[in-house]
Design a protein around this ligand. Structure first.
Ligand code: KG4
Ligand code: ZN
Length: 344
């Protein structure tokens, strides 16, 4: 029997809903992004995020059910993001998931947001095969993980401070660009000239797979203060920022492949859309023989499909519960997932 799973993602500033069935795949999914609302504050405002999830969630569930032509009674389980993320935002998804499941007398399952990201490449074609290395780069994460199978994740390295997307966003803000700054900065960088400014490459040669980006924004701030405020200069700085971040990410991702002796690299998260990063990785992997996967952007930025999918896989492992007491885990280490001996 193939369970029909509803997935709910509300960990940050995106309400994501999806319906997944193992045999038929993704039946429908929808996303509401709050980016425009947070834009005027220059970043995500947690309280506003929670309130907006309350407004969007149920209409989005209805929309997805209609699209898939499925009724609530046909649902077998509900998966929701239990953490990590913004506490209030997570609570919206968790409480609606559990209330709905209680009313329908079906199990729920709390999913680790990063597990969703790590498994989401399997939703795209071509899909990587286990084992692979995943580079997770978004506004909230910068991580290199080894993925051997469902529930079998090893952290290879991560950022000690800011995430890569945050480094893009904060630099963009210093250049007077809006939020989220990554795409705007990348666009401005297209007009930039290489070699005009040299920014630090934090931890490039640290020999491990850790990252640090907080020093970069200080360097960018100094550079912006010292420079003219004309369009060409700003574009040159944008180019230098992008190059510094991309060089570190590409170097460490390729080192992770070398260290693990794996050949497949999956790039997930919003920063994975960056063309310069894609170019550097494709070039680097081409040289050493291997394959790089860029899952469809809609599956590698925050979305409900990855939560429905991870939920479906875990339900197959009999991990759903009909106990409607719930909590959320704003901070949750992936290593503490506790699959225990359920896995082969
Ligand atoms: O995965 P994502 O949508 O999730 C959250 O973090 O919520 O990632 C968003 C991040 C932002 O920091 C954004 O600036 C960055 O991804 N981003 C980019 C590009 N597109 C999105 N950064 C650099 N270049 C891009 N083309
Ligand atoms: Zn995410």
């Amino acid at each position: 029997m193939s369970l029909l799973t509803l997935g709910i993602e509300t960990s940050c500033d995106e309400t994501g809903i999806a319906l997944y069935q193992m045999e038929r795949g993704l039946l429908a999914h929808a996303l509401y992004s709050q980016v425009a609302m947070h834009n005027e504050y220059g970043g995500v405002v947690p309280e506003l995020a929670s309130r907006d999830h309350v407004r969007r969630l149920i209409p989005l569930v209805r929309q997805v059910m209609n699209e898939a032509d499925v009724s609530l009674e046909q649902l077998d389980a509900i998966a929701y993001t239990q953490g990590p993320g913004l506490g209030g935002a997570l609570l919206v998804g968790a409480s609606i998931a559990n209330a709905l499941a209680y009313a329908l007398d079906i199990p729920t399952i709390g999913i680790h947001h990063l597990e969703g990201h790590l498994l989401s490449p399997l939703l795209s074609e071509p899909a990587p095969k286990f084992p692979f290395v995943a580079l997770l780069v978004s506004g909230g994460h910068t991580q290199l993980m080894r993925v051997d199978g469902v529930g079998r994740y090893t952290l290879l390295g991560e950022t000690l401070d800011d995430a890569a997307g945050e480094a893009f966003d904060k630099s963009a803000q210093l250049l007077g660009l809006g939020y989220p700054g990554g795409p705007a900065l990348a666009k401005l960088a297209l007009l930039g000239r290489p070699g005009m400014h040299k920014l630090p490459r934090p931890m490039l040669h640290s020999g491990d797979l850790e990252f640090s980006f907080s020093g970069l924004k200080t360097a960018v701030l100094t550079l912006v203060k010292q420079s003219n405020d004309d369009e060409q200069t700003r574009a040159d700085i944008a180019y230098a920022v992008q190059e510094a971040i991309v060089e570190v990410l590409a170097h460490k991702a390729l080192s992770a492949l070398a260290q693990t002796r794996l050949s497949q690299l999956v790039v997930a998260g919003g920063v994975g859309a960056n063309q310069m990063l894609r170019h550097r990785l494709t070039e680097g992997i081409g040289k050493r023989g291997g394959e790089v996967f860029y899952p469809d952007l809609e599956f590698c930025t925050d979305n409900g499909a990855m939560i429905a999918f991870a939920g479906a896989l875990r339900l197959e492992l009999q991990q759903g519960k009909k106990d409607y007491r719930f909590d959320v885990k704003p901070r949750w280490n992936l290593a503490d997932l506790g699959y225990g001996d359920l896995l082969p």
